[in-house]
Ligand binder design. Structure first.
Ligand code: P6P
Length: 335
């Protein structure tokens, strides 16, 4: 077990050690962690807090919003808008960016988030989570506009998620590995419980929504068919399957024990690159996975290299154990 130190002490020591966490970024990460604690409390109340069920509204994605989607979004906005560390925020739940109001000082960071990922699981008590990504605002443009957010994932300065499961756990990278903090509810603090997390390069476990099989492209179908063929097939080993339908939970499992997660393009909506969102789902998760020794592509290209054209654009995602992700890439580009 890693030495039990708090998130605050960890960030101060990282700042002191290698300067990767300037003061304003440390403040931002601590504010996001505090917001996640509040979201965790709301999630844990469930029916007792009157927070389950639909909010009778739709988000920019055309998805029905749950009450907790809106609550989580409001918690993150209210926690971050006054601190002076941010210029603006972007959320899966908001059509356009949220510029820090003039009554507060503006900072140099941009915060993007999916406030409550996996919300179809809320009402059935399955793990869900908050995903966040931090960029620096380009300093060559006055004010802040949506275009300032359109940076490749390789430009992130911090990324993480908080999973609301049997434990509430914050997983974070600032570019020097991946650390995990578990919420000590008695102290009200996130405590370091694992650092330098490493994803095994090989795996026997894949995560994909099998009900979409008939819609997949040939390379994805070939990869999954070979996994299903098991020991007698070309892979020479049996595979296990998991699909929680909560990206945070599936990615957390992969960070803890390896695996490959796939949400590929499919022909149901051929004009959409994929289901998952690039800026506040795929980019933060891809950086975490790469920082833990894994790989993340859209089937062909490294996700962190993709140049975003729109704030809410979608992307196909193949991430996890490096050797498996590379196999899927070879199947897409056999030359
Ligand atoms: P499906 C949740 O809605 C989400 O955005 C991800 O968290 C999850 O991996 C995926 O969609 C689940 O999609 O089509 O299996 O319900």
């Amino acid at each position: 077990m890693a030495q039990k130190i708090s998130l605050t002490r960890y960030l101060v020591e990282q700042q002191r050690a290698d300067g990767l966490i300037p003061g304003q970024l440390r403040l931002l990460l601590e504010v996001v962690a505090r917001a996640c604690k509040s979201i965790s409390q709301a999630v844990n109340k469930g029916a007792l807090g009157g927070v389950l069920g639909s909010a009778e509204s739709e988000n920019v994605q055309g998805e029905v919003q749950k009450k907790l989607d809106i609550i989580a979004n409001e918690v993150l906005i209210e926690a971050n808008e006054w601190g002076g560390h941010l210029a603006a925020m972007a959320s899966e739940e908001m059509d356009s960016i949220y510029v820090v109001p003039n009554r507060y000082p503006q900072g140099e960071y941009l915060l993007l988030f999916d406030p409550l990922d996996g919300s179809s699981n809320i009402d059935v008590n399955v793990s869900i989570g908050t995903i966040f990504s931090v960029l620096k605002k380009p300093d060559d443009t006055p004010g802040v506009q949506e275009g300032d957010f359109l940076q490749a994932g390789s430009r992130q300065v911090a990324a993480g998620y908080c999973i609301y499961g049997p434990q509430t756990t914050l997983v974070l990278t600032v570019g020097n590995g991946v650390a995990m903090f578990t919420l000590d509810r008695e102290q009200g603090s996130f405590m370091l419980t694992q650092e330098n997390i490493q994803i095994p390069a090989d795996t026997k476990e894949f995560a994909i929504n099998m009900s979409n099989m008939r819609h997949w492209d040939a390379p994805v179908k070939r990869y999954i068919d070979e996994c299903l063929a098991g020991k007698e097939g070309p892979r020479g080993k049996d595979f296990n399957m998991r699909w929680i339908a909560s990206m945070v939970a599936d990615v957390h499992r992969i960070l803890m024990r390896g695996g490959i997660f796939m949400y590929p393009w499919d022909k149901r909506e051929p004009d959409k690159a994929g289901k998952l969102r690039l800026m506040y789902e795929a980019n933060p998760m891809s950086w975490l996975v790469e920082q833990a020794g894994g790989a993340a592509t859209n089937g062909r290209e490294r996700i962190l290299d993709l140049a975003p054209a729109k704030l809410h654009e979608r992307v196909a995602v193949v991430l996890g154990s490096k050797n498996e992700v590379e196999r899927v890439t070879r199947y897409h580009d056999p030359l």
